[in-house]
Design a protein around this ligand. Sequence first.
Ligand code: HBI
Ligand code: FE
Length: 292
Amino acid sequence: MTDTTSTPKNRYADALRAADFTIDQDWASYSTAEHDRWDRLFRRQRDVTKGRACQTALNAMATLELSASGIPDMDNLSDRLEAITGWRIVPVAELVPDEVFFNHLANRRFPAGAFIRPEAEFDYLQEPDIFHDIFGHVPMLANPVFADFMEAYGKGGQRAMQLGQLHNLARLYWYTVEFGLIREASGLRIYGAGILSSPNETVFALEADSPNRNAFDLPRVMRTKYIIDDFQQTYFVIDSFEALLEACYKDFGSVYADVKGMPDFEPHEISLGDDILHRGTLAYFHKRKAGL
Ligand code: HBI
Ligand code: FE
């Protein structure tokens, strides 16, 4: 058992890394306080995502038996996920290098941070911990179409690195996998893991007047900068996972060539060609900028 008051931020800092950066989750070593922290994060997020998360995420939580009964053992969870889409979750200690990350995705393995955030960062932390990775990302990997999209993204990442276009591809990941919205029959819903694992952004992304909500457009997304330490100023909305996969299941060589000569968009910017579903007031950002 670990004394949580003295637990360093990343308890796996000294863990042995395999060549692919995976570590032993060492599930037995989580403290009672860490399991309890998972349970509280889980209950809060399950409640706020009801009626806000996309159908895939809500269904998969039940199918994958995600629950408020302690930090999941990644091996057991992987067995359930693998039976559905062939994906497994592998424990890592930190953000792994891009090429390592892409290689895992291309082979249907999702690298998940094994540590849980410290109590002091209960509401927000920048690095992906086990709660973000498992609550946010893993349910989506139970969707067969989204699962294929993630594998294609891994393969595209390997290619983008060769082409020196990783910044464009990373924006796609950001505005879909991390902060994507989807239009479902019942209305606008969330599928991005960065939103799904944040109680405040779950409400903000769907209900606030401040952010822009635009229909997804691949080159537009690839040209849009993003902020990593606050709510998004623009969200991009897909019509279906099939449409997302369809838009992205191709060699991006010509898309990169197209966007290369065009200027970037600022995170809050709206432009003539945009299919705007909601034009944001940007009130939240003006307030932030004024230091309020
Ligand atoms: N490593 N563990 C982990 N998790 C990520 O989400 C991650 C990463 N390494 C690189 C990375 N993401 C991004 O740089 C790419 O999506 C571009
Ligand atoms: Fe993430």
